[in-house]
Design a protein around this ligand. Structure first.
Ligand SMILES: CC(C)(COP(=O)(O)OP(=O)(O)OC[C@H]1O[C@@H](n2cnc3c(N)ncnc32)[C@H](O)[C@@H]1OP(=O)(O)O)[C@@H](O)C(=O)NCCC(=O)NCCS
Length: 328
C-alpha cells in the first residue's frame, strides 16, 4: 500500500539530487529545508545565491547544505551551450540563441539533468505545465521503445479499513487527443507507475458508453484501444469501453456488463479518452472525492522531470520531490 516511507527508505539507500528551477520561491525553500533536515535527497536550487539566501533567511528556512547554481554565473555554461546546440542541431540552433534560451531556469535546469549534474527535476511552481514539459521533451526526450511522453496522477485517500485507497488516472496533463496506440502506451506506463505506489492495477478504458451501449468515434477509439491493450497485456485485468459507474461499482458492472473481466466494477487504474476528460476527472476526484492528487507524474522520459501546479504549497513540493526522486 502507498506510503512515503517506502520511497524514503529507497532513497536513503540511494540518495538522489533534485533540481528546483524556482530556487528562491518560499514554497521551494520550505520544502528544501525539510529535505535537508533528512539525508535522502539533495536539493539543487537555481537562482542568484544572494537572492536565495536572503529569501530563505527572511522566511526563516535553514537551507544550509543545499547546492545553489546561478544560471548567470555557471562555470560549465559554455559546455552546456555546446551540448544544447548539438541536441537541437536539426532545428538550426545557434550558440547565440542557445545562450538566450538557457538563461531561463526551466531549460537550464533540464540541461543540468541531461549533463548528469543532477538526477531529476521538479519545476513549475511559477511556470505553466507546457513550459516545464517542453524542455523535457526537447532535451531529455522519449525513452527507447516509447513513442510519446505522457503522464498520470496518483490519487490517495484514507479508506474505512485504515489503509489508503490508491488510484491512477491518465493522461490528464500532456497528450490532448491520444490515438488508440498512444492510449495503449499510456496504459502500459500508467500500470508500471501505479505498481510503484502499491496498486495492483485493474484497468478501465473510460467512455460515455459501456460495451457498445453508445455510439460515436470516441467510443470506437476506446473499444479499439481496449482490444489492443488486452492483446499487448494479456495477463492484466483490462476492460473497456466502460462508463465510470460500470468501472467502479460491482453492482452497476453486473447490470451493464455481466461476465466481463475482473476490472469491471473494481477498476483502480483509469485511462481517459482525452485530456479534457482526464483533467476534469482527476480534479473532481481531488476536490469532491477528498483524494490527495500527486502529479502530473511524467511517464516515458529518459529522466524523471515533474511539474508542480502553480497553486502548490510547500507540502506538495516536498511530496512531489520524494516521488520524483524515487522514480528517478
Ligand atoms: C506537452 C506540450 C506542452 C507540447 O506542446 P508544444 O511545446 O506546443 O509541442 P511542440 O509540438 O512544439 O513540440 C515540442 C517538442 O516536443 C515533442 N513532443 C510534443 N508532444 C510530445 C509528446 N507527447 N511526447 C513526446 N514528445 C512530444 C515534439 O515532437 C517536439 O520535439 P522537437 O522540438 O524535438 O521537434 C503540449 O502537448 C501541451 O500543451 N499539453 C497540455 C499541457 C497542459 O496544459 N496540461 C494541463 C494542465 S496540467
Amino acid at each position: 500500500m502507498f506510503g512515503f516511507g517506502t520511497m524514503i527508505e529507497k532513497l536513503k539507500k540511494d540518495p538522489k539530487s533534485i533540481v528546483f528551477t524556482e530556487g528562491s520561491d518560499p514554497r521551494i525553500l520550505e520544502a528544501a529545508s525539510r529535505l535537508l533536515a533528512s539525508s535522502f535527497l539533495k536539493p539543487v536550487l537555481l537562482g542568484n545565491p544572494d537572492e536565495i539566501e536572503k529569501s530563505a533567511e527572511n522566511a526563516g528556512y535553514n537551507i544550509r547544505g543545499a547546492e545553489i547554481i546561478d544560471p548567470e554565473n555557471y562555470d560549465r555554461f559554455d559546455e552546456m551551450v555546446d551540448l544544447f546546440c548539438e541536441i537541437r542541431k536539426s532545428k538550426g540552433m545557434t550558440p547565440e540563441e542557445a545562450r538566450k534560451i538557457l538563461s531561463a531556469g526551466n531549460y537550464f535546469g533540464t540541461m543540468l539533468v541531461k549533463m548528469g549534474v543532477a538526477d531529476c527535476l521538479l519545476g513549475g511552481a511559477t511556470y505553466s505545465t507546457a513550459d516545464t514539459v517542453r524542455p523535457a521533451l526537447q532535451i531529455i526526450k522519449t525513452k527507447p521503445g516509447n513513442s510519446i511522453v505522457s503522464s498520470c496522477f496518483i490519487l490517495v485517500r484514507p479508506s474505512a479499513t485504515g489503509e489508503n485507497e490508491v488510484l491512477a488516472m491518465a493522461d490528464c496533463a500532456i497528450n490532448l487527443y491520444p490515438t488508440e496506440d498512444e492510449l495503449v502506451e499510456i496504459c502500459g506506463e500508467t500500470v508500471e507507475c501505479a505498481r510503484v505506489f502499491g496498486v495492483d492495477p485493474k484497468v478501465a478504458f473510460l467512455s460515455y458508453s459501456t460495451l457498445g451501449s453508445g455510439k460515436g468515434d470516441a467510443v470506437t477509439k476506446m473499444q479499439n484501444a481496449t482490444k489492443k491493450a488486452k492483446e499487448k497485456y494479456p495477463d492484466l485485468p483490462i476492460e473497456g469501453e466502460l462508463q465510470f459507474d460500470a468501472a467502479v461499482s460491482p453492482r452497476v458492472a453486473r447490470t451493464k456488463c455481466p461476465g466481463s473481466s475482473a476490472a469491471a466494477g473494481h477498476a483502480n487504474t483509469f485511462i481517459f479518452p482525452d485530456i479534457n476528460a482526464g483533467n476534469i476527472g482527476y480534479k473532481i476526484a481531488q476536490r469532491m472525492g477528498n483524494f490527495e492528487a500527486y502529479g502530473p507524474i511524467l511517464l516515458g522520459l529518459n529522466a524523471q522531470i515533474n511539474d508542480l501546479s502553480r497553486g502548490c504549497n510547500a507540502l506538495e513540493v516536498y511530496s512531489m520531490s520524494i516521488i520524483t526522486a524515487a522514480l528517478a
